[in-house]
Design a protein around this ligand. Structure first.
Ligand code: APR
Length: 316
């Protein structure tokens, strides 16, 4: 049997994620769900009609789900579930402003995922990301390695794009890294960044690196301010789909993701942005990377900032 992946939420993030997953042509089925009547079915029909042109065989199935869990039978047997349900930001909002409303949505979705796809690996992308990942794990009751969040792949891609653009080099010659939270305590890690294998600090002045680090930290808000009606989805969906593919293919690739940290970096008991090896079981292991003293201090600060907020979501 081929692999089955479900994307919950057929808004901008969910529909573009479903498209990318289908176009990879490695899944047998992509299920796309939403609470809006007809929308997921319409998008699925449209995506399926692109198959002869794009040349993929994956079938997309669109399903409207009800408040009582109606329709969720369609996700049965999913190897993976990507949760994109929830409101996006408007200009001037922080991701934390979405906490209460998205907590209710993500909890409801997670409970249905636990019921209908009890063996799935869950990738959470709804914001605020670190809190929603912790909440989804609590609400599903899944082992922590089977619930992870998407943030670092996106934040790192933004960082890489800015560096490549500034230097006028191909994105493939740039390697960057961000750890920490998907928010104010994001920890860009310049000491691990390279351009054609050379340290970033050798090819870019410190002030420019700092400017790019700040722009990366505000990367989502910059797009929200321009769009005015929602948040980014092309780069975010590329990130989520890539993680889903690594897990579906049991690839062992190492990506920065929001994962449960249990002793690594001297930090325990919190979902945090770290490097992790991905495979069929979700997070195979957290991979520690060398950090400078100030980067490690910033990572510990990020862990404490999200720890208290993650314990708060248990009551939402
Ligand atoms: N089950 C399924 N879908 C839901 C539910 C639910 N319980 N509640 C809301 N949705 C759907 C909405 O109907 C909408 O179609 O989630 C979709 C969200 O889509 P958009 O408003 O377009 O938002 P999007 O840009 O996709 O962002 C989704 O990702 O990046 C984060 O902050 C962002 O939390 C937001 C999420």
């Amino acid at each position: 049997m081929g692999k089955k992946v479900t994307v919950v939420g057929a808004g901008f993030y969910g529909s573009t994620t479903a498209q990318r997953l289908a176009e990879y042509d490695v899944f047998e089925t992509v299920v796309l769900t939403d609470i809006i009547e007809g929308k997921p079915a319409g998008l699925a029909l449209d995506l399926n009609q692109s198959r002869p042109i794009e040349g993929f065989e994956t079938k997309v199935v669109g399903v409207t789900t009800g408040a009582g869990g109606e329709g969720y039978e369609a996700i049965e047997g999913s190897d993976l579930v990507v949760i994109t349900a929830g409101l996006p930001r408007k200009p001037g909002m922080s991701r934390m402003d979405l906490l209460e409303v998205n907590a209710k949505i993500v909890r409801g979705v997670a409970e249905n995922v636990a019921k209908y796809a009890p063996n799935a690996v869950v990738i959470v992308v709804s914001n605020p990301l670190d809190e929603m990942t912790a909440l989804a794990q609590a609400a599903t009751g899944f082992p922590r390695h089977r619930v992870l969040g998407q943030a670092g792949v996106l934040d790192t891609a933004r960082f890489t794009h800015f560096v490549a653009d500034e230097l006028g080099v191909p994105v493939r010659s740039v390697k960057t890294l961000t750890l920490g939270s998907h928010g104010d305590t994001m920890v860009p890690v310049p000491s691990q960044c390279t351009v054609d294998g050379k340290p970033l600090s050798d090819v870019m002045p410190a002030a420019k690196i700092e400017e790019i680090v700040t722009r990366t930290r505000n990367g989502g808000a910059e797009v929200v301010a321009l769009l005015k009606t929602g948040s980014a989805y092309y780069a975010p969906s590329a990130a989520a789909a890539r993680m889903a593919r690594a897990i579906a293919e049991d690839s062992g690739e190492v990506w920065p993701v929001c994962a449960w940290v249990d002793g690594e970096y001297g930090i325990s008991g919190v979902y945090l942005g770290v490097l992790a090896e991905l495979g069929a079981t979700g997070v195979r292991r957290v991979v520690e990377t060398p950090l400078t003293d100030s980067e490690l201090a910033a990572l510990k600060e990020a862990a404490e900032a999200v720890r208290s907020k993650q314990s708060d979501v248990a009551g939402l």
